[in-house]
Design a protein around this ligand. Structure first.
Ligand code: ARG
Length: 587
């Protein structure tokens, strides 16, 4: 936001160094932690050290302080600044608060939906997430990957990356064969009408139940699996048709959650190429073929000469020659880089319990000499539990279906909206309830360290007064209503020709931090920082609003504050968008 000023100062410092025969040093700016004043600083230790290396007899710390103070004298007080201080080898430059405040507000308003966006990095990354299994229910256990992956994708894109959002549904495997078996034997000819995913899930649950009651039926499953492996067209056709049902159902859920994808990969498409890849590993002595007594394995620790158990052994083909999850992942990783050779990173948002699996797969690919292997990265996340510690991803029967969770969220939000704002039309109430309900589900998944357990409960999720989506959405709505009452939008930039209050300073400080928070959250792959930022901003806005009259105050304070409201509302909207949460017009 102050690039032009910073560049001018750098030029003056460089000119000073040149004129005084000083070495050329890289100047690094740091923000001074906010304490009622905004400022930036530069350290001169590096410059002093360079001088020392040239053979001058100097004491670095002392010389750094000397340089800071000489350069301070040389600069005077540059335009836009209030004061300069040379302390302990640093030069601190404090902004004129009026100039700073105005610049922040103007920038937020001018840049609008682009406020906080990072410059285009010319780098492409892929985020693979969600990955539900077809022919099964979409349960709450899958929710965190979907929401976290979506949040990360939004964040990385806004931070300046070109993001490919990839999905990898588990469309083949024992679960699918079980489903097909149950369908052929007990539901042949049936078709789902609505509520596809629930129906698919119920047939899968029935299959599990029947097999549990009569384990001897497992033989039929094995036979059916063999027919699939031979690619008998009758089986393949049924598989294709029913798989599409599942995928249609998932698409419905994604659209309710506003989670889009650019590219779908499928386990089934990696089976054959995975086997070929494994054969190559065997030929090159990387994988050991222990068939028929054992399987095909990659003894990672052995290959790496490690004494302790680190990567252990990765099974890459069953003894009967069929593909495993790992077989498919080896091939998938390669396919991604064949599709997009310039991928700077290939991220996998997957349950933390698969950490070893991914370490093994990536290491195997590295040993096999794929130069992109070290660009693959697993982003682990922990589970979501319901109070009472029901693990949502557990056995059939105890799972909470995602559709039901969304419906309950929306119903609960509807009740609150009806109470708070009875004057809205029915359609408005429904729309607000959707925004609030979905926000309530998404926020807790994002506001928590990825690798910590989320305990989801309605009270916290729908809290209008605590750290939750509705509180942030409500701040946005309140901002809008102040602006509406304020009448004409104050289009002209206004300089605060008065002492700013503590609440205003705090709010402006938070506004200014949005671009950095975006970069930090994206850099650390932690939507958590954005979720926290959005809440802090909403809270600072509420403090400002309760302490500083906006509409009932004389000019020019009124116009300045109205613009501060506009800027904040924009920053709230942008932060919510980064979390995939709708900013409603009313609540
Ligand atoms: N479908 C898998 C599961 O339910 C997750 C897939 C994760 N992605 C991958 N490339 N292995 O566990």
């Amino acid at each position: 936001m102050f690039d032009a000023e910073q560049r001018q100062i750098e030029e003056k410092i460089n000119a000073f160094c040149a004129a005084n025969g000083l070495p050329e040093a890289v100047l690094q700016w740091k923000w001074i932690p906010f304490s009622g004043h905004w400022g930036i600083s530069i350290a001169f230790f590096q410059l002093a050290a360079l001088e020392a290396r040239q053979g001058k007899k100097i004491q670095v710390n002392q010389r750094a302080q000397e340089l800071a103070s000489q350069i301070s004298d040389h600069l005077g007080i540059p335009v836009g600044f209030e004061k300069l201080e040379a302390v302990n080898g640093y030069l601190n430059l404090y902004f004129d608060p009026a100039v700073y405040a105005r610049r922040v507000i103007d920038t937020a308003i001018e840049q609008g939906t682009g406020f906080g966006r990072g410059a285009d990095r010319g780098e492409r990354v892929m985020v693979e997430f969600s990955q539900p299994n077809t022919h099964k229910a979409f349960h709450v256990g899958h929710l965190r990957s979907a929401i976290l992956g979506d949040g990360l994708s939004r964040l990385l894109a806004f931070a300046g990356y070109d993001v490919i959002r990839a999905n990898y549904p588990g469309d083949i495997g024992l679960h699918v064969i079980k489903w097909l078996w149950c369908y052929r034997n007990y539901h042949a000819g049936e078709k789902p009408d609505k509520d596809i995913t629930r129906w698919m899930g119920s047939i899968y649950a029935e299959a599990s139940r029947r097999l549990e009651e009569a384990p001897e039926l497992e033989a039929e499953i094995r036979e059916l699996y063999a027919r699939w492996d031979r690619r008998e067209s009758e089986i393949v056709d049924l598989w294709k048709e029913t798989r599409d049902w599942s995928l249609d159902g998932f698409k419905e859920i994604y659209s309710r959650l506003d989670i889009p994808f650019d590219r779908y990969y499928f386990n089934s498409e990696e089976e054959q190429s995975g086997k070929v890849l494994v054969n190559d590993l065997i030929a090159r002595g990387i994988a050991s073929d222990e068939r028929p007594d054992g399987a095909v394995v990659v003894k990672l620790d052995n290959l790496l000469g490690l004494k302790n158990d680190k990567y252990r052994v990765l099974v890459v083909l069953r003894s009967d020659g069929t593909a495993l999850y790992a077989t498919e992942d080896l091939s998938l990783a390669r396919r991604k880089f064949t599709d997009y050779p310039d991928l700077a990173k290939s991220y996998y948002v997957v349950d933390v319990r698969q950490s070893l699996h991914f370490q093994q797969v990536f290491k195997t690919l590295e040993i096999a000499g794929y130069e992109w292997a070290n660009r693959c990265q697993h982003i682990p996340y922990e589970l979501v539990t319901l109070p009472g510690n029901v693990v949502m991803a557990s056995r059939e029967g105890t799972v909470v279906l995602l559709e039901d969770l969304i419906t309950e969220a929306t119903d609960r939000a509807y009740e609150v909206v009806k109470l708070k704002n009875p004057d809205l039309t029915e359609a408005q109430k429904r729309a607000v309830a959707r925004a609030v309900g979905i926000g309530a589900i998404k926020y807790p998944m994002l506001a928590r360290e990825n690798t910590k357990l989320v305990t989801f409960d309605w009270e916290t999720a729908l809290d209008f007064n605590g750290q939750a989506a509705p509180y942030i959405q409500y701040a946005f709505v309140r901002g809008g209503s102040i602006l509406r009452k304020g009448g004409v939008e104050p289009a002209e930039s206004v300089s605060p020709a008065f002492e700013l209050t503590a609440a205003e300073l705090e709010l402006i400080d938070l506004l200014a931090r949005l671009p950095n928070e975006v970069q930090r959250a994206a850099g650390e792959l932690r939507p958590l920082w954005m979720a926290t930022y959005a809440y802090d901003l909403a809270r600072a806005f509420n403090d400002f609003y309760t302490q500083c009259p906006v509409l009932q105050v004389e000019e020019p304070v009124r116009s300045f504050r109205l613009r501060l409201v506009m800027a904040t509302r924009q920053a709230l909207a942008n932060s919510l968008a980064l979390l995939g949460i709708t900013a409603p017009q009313a609540m």
